[in-house]
Design a protein. Sequence first.
Length: 226
Amino acid sequence: MKTQFIIKEAQAADASYAQEIVDEISASAQIRGTGIAKRTPEYIQSKIEEGKAIIATTKKGEWAGFCYIEVWSHGQFVANSGLIVSQKFRGEGLAKRIKEATFNLSGKKYPEAKIFGLTTGAAVLKINSELGYKPVVYSELTQDEEFWGGCKSCVNFDILTAKKRQNCICTAMLYNPAWEKNQKPKRTQWKGRELDKDLKLFERWLNFKKNILLKREEKKNKRNGK
């Protein structure tokens, strides 16, 4: 029997889950062996108090999942960040439901903003694609220095810097509400495949990208005697 979840806009009382959320985000990144910008409990609490977060709990009040909204470039861009599901409740489709709720909250609060994300997770890429995101080059994202500054705590920050913020291990995805007004989306990196139905394609793409970038970085370090 599947667990029944309560998925809602986070309220002030939900700030008590902040440390658990941060710990789960960190543990998940270590298991995947990927870099991730660090979050603090205080930062998570601030998003909850600002009404910019979605939280999932069981009916018994056990924390199950979380995601929050960040605003960049004076409201021109928003990001749905920090998507995490407790290991105990993975495999029940909860991530997709939380992501969709956060996406809808973003559209309600910032109807004209472009919604974007950076991720190394194939499952998140698939969910984003189902919501209408398109894979894009980094230059189509916000150029807000504070946003990119958040990448400094990521283990792959040297790669991002070396690529002059044009590429990294993460894949960039973007949703533009203007596309709903019959305006053509910008050209993207992938064409001719139904990405929202092909998780294996995402996984192959991520592995290929990671291997290529890491190998190039290793060669560069060898040449520089590192």
